[in-house]
Design a protein around this ligand. Structure first.
Ligand SMILES: [Zn+2]
Length: 884
């Protein structure tokens, strides 16, 4: 289903408030498989003080208008006008009631935006602009109103009828139909509206809030999945309690419903009291879900719940402010997961994600500030930048103001804006006013795109026992923005002695202190900080805990990295030092490979890994993170022209050489962790499994590794161990791989979420031949191009996570991918736009690959009736050439 509208650019500076107040809306849905009839009653009142002109403008797409009445009288054709996107009612009185009836066809909706089917049930997705596919309405987040919704449908086919708020009435109608009436006491924008109709099973529990409200919690799923909801329910209860304890925020209704669907464009949606989730973030059983899935469920359930305050009670004035709710809520879910699991491991994973996926976005054709200034298709701006970089900006407020100051700011934000649609400036003002600080320069982070670079230089004066840290900042020009301003960068540091003690950090002119970690504020282009009473040349620990989303230029010596890895009190820095050592080693070998020289591994890295394997004190999950070599994409990002094969060869060489050199140590660590204890989902057990499976991945590089994986596969009682063993066999081309993979595919053929994993394992197997496997798998009965999870797990995984496959020299990967983007765009432009982004980095490759990717982008660009979603990205990508 294509969008009808032409591409127009929307500018943030064009914002003006809606001229009408929507006092109340009544909606009635007569649900049937074919057209569904939607009747609405809108009570409108002109906003005092708005510009003259008495037209009421409503958004609407893809629907049939049956009738329209104003104050009880049918409108004559000359009283309104209508095109593919809008309905305009002329000469409306200052106070009026509109009654509109439309027909919509959910069963023809493959874009999964608006109302659509999933299996045998029906549901809606409205953020950001899906409500305009349901009925004519002012579809903008700053129009907030109270919804009164009646759903009427066949009782047998749709026994469960859900919408937002409280179910206040229900009854029977003719012909076996029944109805339920829902009222939401809170005013909300229409993007938070939801309905669900179907035959669903539910798990029920309760949560008593701090003030004594008894909230009924329900998780609705298709009947066969009812035994996979416990973890989601527990996560919800933990999230509700955590938000009370940490943020002093309590739930505000008597019902909280979650519905899981297999057909969803995103992860989940925070509709008021009726969250709709991609089943990937609800369903879990030890034999079907990995530890990563369990952690993902906890994080996403938390995220959507936290939106009840940061998003729903206080929402966005316009979609340019998306990071107001998303950056803040991602920060809150990161903190939730950190408090529930290991803080250091969570931080490492978030930073890795930011560097691997957001930094390239900042340097690519779709670069934009966390608050963009313009867009063609807002769906293209649900990005890593708005979400993840947005969350790091919130984290910097927290770093600058401390927990107490940050919470003071949050309190003032809610005092001022509860029930309103506001902007990022309002959030900043609340933080500044609550703490009596000036955050004007800090506010530049909202408007500036690109990844800043901080360069550090050190000077040690032995006679004066002083250490000077020179810092300078520079943000490179980006595709969307050439001029850059100087930012406020919180830069956390520590200083270690050669034997690993941390020095107190006393700056020149200050009294003595016992503080060994502190945050310097880099506000100028260049600043120097002089630390005194430093008796020996220290090893600096820079940008601790990744205190700002920047690239750090500083060349640590190998010895410095060894000190940091062994002793830094900041666990993140220990991991970072290990990654830097490994990265150097791999990129050094890539150079050797490029010149045809023999590759070699330094003793430094072997010693560092030996220390990790011998470490019995550190959290095994942290050790596992440290043993995970930097990914090929991240390594590619460190090069001017990406050497696809060289990076793969060098990384494989480093991994297998480490495995060979440390084989017996790795084996004994593996055996020790592989103790046959039955599965449990505690963090401690998850941590042990992660280290065990990293060890297995190294052992698979050595003789006998395949045998270990086969035994693990046979004896596993959980999906984490099963999948690790199967991946290992498939990716290393073990003799047993084909049979093992086939058996797995057969065993789980009716389980969509497990089959997603099976598709991904095969799609990311390194090598130029994988494109053939992927083509063949598209014909597998469990694959469906209309299902976004399937598209992501097969086509997306291949294009985004398999560099040697996607970038095969002959261009077969590119051609395959472009074909898929073109066919997907016919069905689901949002998902097609996500997929086409795989070409965004095309100018960073060698001339042969560049011209092949460019040809595919041009072919997509020339496709008939391309959606604005895909067209915006392709147009920007092709525009990259000019800036190179
Ligand atoms: Zn969100």
């Amino acid at each position: 289903m294509k969008k009808g509208s032409a591409s127009t650019v929307v500018y943030r500076s064009d914002y003006s408030p809606y001229a009408w107040q929507l006092k109340h809306v009544d909606l009635r849905f007569d649900i049937s498989p074919h057209p569904t009839r939607v009747s609405s009653e809108l009570s409108m009142k002109r906003q005092p003080g708005t510009a003259s002109g008495s037209d009421i403008e409503l958004d609407g797409q893809h629907m049939e208008l049956l009738s329209i009445m104003m104050d009880g009288r049918e409108l004559k054709p000359e009283q309104f006008s209508k095109d593919a996107d809008k309905l305009i009612i002329h000469d409306a009185p200052d106070d009026c009631t509109l009654n509109i009836e439309v027909l919509i066809k959910p069963h023809e909706n493959t874009a999964l935006e608006g109302m659509y089917p999933s299996g045998d049930f029906l549901l809606t997705q409205c953020e950001s602009q899906g409500f305009r596919k349901i009925t004519y309405f002012p579809d903008r987040p700053d129009v907030m109103t109270r919804f009164d919704v009646t759903l009427c449908a066949d009782r047998q086919k749709y026994p469960v009828l859900l919408s937002n708020g409280n179910a206040v009435d229900a009854g029977e109608s003719d012909n076996g139909r029944h109805w339920v009436r829902w009222q939401d006491p809170y005013a909300k924008p229409c993007y938070l509206f939801a309905l669900v109709a179907g035959d669903l099973a539910c798990l029920e529990d309760h949560f008593i809030t701090r003030s004594g409200r008894d909230v009924t919690l329900r998780v609705f799923v298709e009947q066969e999945n009812i035994d996979r909801c416990d973890h989601a329910m527990q996560s919800l209860i933990h999230a509700m309690k955590w938000d009370q304890d940490r943020f002093d925020l309590e739930y505000d209704l008597d019902i909280y419903n979650i519905v899981a669907t297999n057909d969803f464009n995103m992860g989940a949606m925070e509709n008021k009291s009726l969250n709709i989730f991609n089943s990937k973030y609800v369903l879990a059983r030890p034999d079907t879900a990995t530890d990563t899935d369990y952690q993902g469920i906890e994080g996403v359930i938390g995220h959507e719940y936290f939106h009840n305050w940061t998003g729903n009670r206080v929402t966005c004035q316009d979609w340019f402010q998306l990071t107001l709710k998303e950056g803040l809520t991602v920060f809150r879910d990161q903190e939730f997961s950190s408090d529930m699991q290991s803080r250091a491991v969570k931080r490492i994973r978030d930073v890795r994600d930011l560097r691997n996926r957001q930094f390239p976005e900042d340097a690519g054709p779709m670069s934009h500030p966390i608050r963009p200034d313009k867009y063609i298709e807002i769906n293209n701006f649900y990005t890593m930048t708005v979400y993840q970089k947005g969350a790091t900006i919130i984290r910097m407020y927290h770093t600058l103001l401390g927990e107490a100051g940050f919470q003071k700011g949050m309190k003032l934000y809610f005092e001022r804006h509860d029930g309103q649609a506001v902007s990022c400036d309002d959030f900043l003002a609340a933080m500044a006013d609550a703490n009596g600080v000036n955050l004007e320069q800090f506010g530049r982070w909202y408007g500036q795109s690109g990844t800043p670079e901080v360069t550090a230089q050190c000077e040690y004066d032995a006679a004066g026992a002083s250490f000077i840290l020179h810092l300078s900042q520079h943000t490179p020009a980006t595709h969307d923005q050439v001029e850059k301003q100087t930012l406020v960068i919180p830069f956390a540091v520590g200083l270690l002695s050669a034997s690993g003690e941390e020095y107190p950090l006393q700056l020149e002119g200050e009294g003595s202190t016992s503080v060994t970690s502190r945050v310097l504020l880099l506000k100028e282009k260049r600043q120097s900080f002089t630390f005194i009473n430093i008796p020996q040349r220290p090893v600096p620990s820079l940008l601790r805990d990744f205190s700002a989303p920047v690239k750090l230029n500083y060349s640590y010596s190998g010895d410095d990295l060894a000190v940091l890895m062994a002793h830094d009190s900041d666990a993140f820095q220990r991991w970072e030092a290990a990654q830097l050592l490994a990265q150097r080693e791999i990129l050094g070998n890539q150079k050797l490979h490029a010149t045809g020289s023999e590759m070699e591994l330094s003793q430094h890295l072997i010693d560092a890994f030996r220390a990790l394997l011998e470490d019995r004190d550190t959290d095994p999950a942290l050790l596992a993170e440290a043993m995970m070599l930097p990914g090929e994409d991240y390594l590619a990002d460190q090069m001017d022209v990406v050497d696809v094969e060289g990076i793969h060869a060098a990384r494989s060489f480093v991994k297998s050489t480490l495995a060979g050199a440390l084989r017996s140590l790795i084996r004994s660590r593996y055996d020790e962790l592989n103790d046959g204890a039955p599965y449990d989902k505690s963090s401690a057990s998850m941590a042990r499994r992660s280290l065990k499976n990293i060890c297995l991945s190294y052992l698979l590089e050595t003789d006998g590794g395949a045998r270990l994986a086969e035994v693990q596969l046979d004896t596993s009682d959980n999906m984490t161990d099963t999948l690790a063993a199967l991946c290992g066999l498939v990716w290393t081309d073990a003799a047993s791989a084909a049979a093992a993979s086939q058996a797995f595919g057969q065993e789980w053929k009716d389980d969509p979420l497990v089959m997603d994993k099976w598709f991904t394992i095969q799609a990311v197997k390194p090598g130029a031949d994988t494109v053939k496997t992927v083509r063949a798998l598209m014909k597998h009965p469990a694959f469906s191009i209309t299902n976004p999870n399937k598209v992501r797990s097969l086509i997306g995984a291949f294009a985004m996570s398999n560099p040697t496959g996607f970038h095969a020299r002959d261009g077969a990967g590119y051609q395959f991918h472009a074909d898929q983007v073109i066919s997907l765009d016919e069905l689901n432009p949002q998902v097609a736009a996500r997929m086409v982004a795989a070409f965004n980095q095309w100018t960073r490759y060698d001339p042969a690959r560049r011209s092949k990717m460019k040809a595919e982008l041009e072919r997509i660009s020339a496709a008939d009736g391309l959606s604005p979603d895909v067209s915006e990205i392709v147009h920007n990508a092709l525009g990259m050439e000019k800036t190179k």
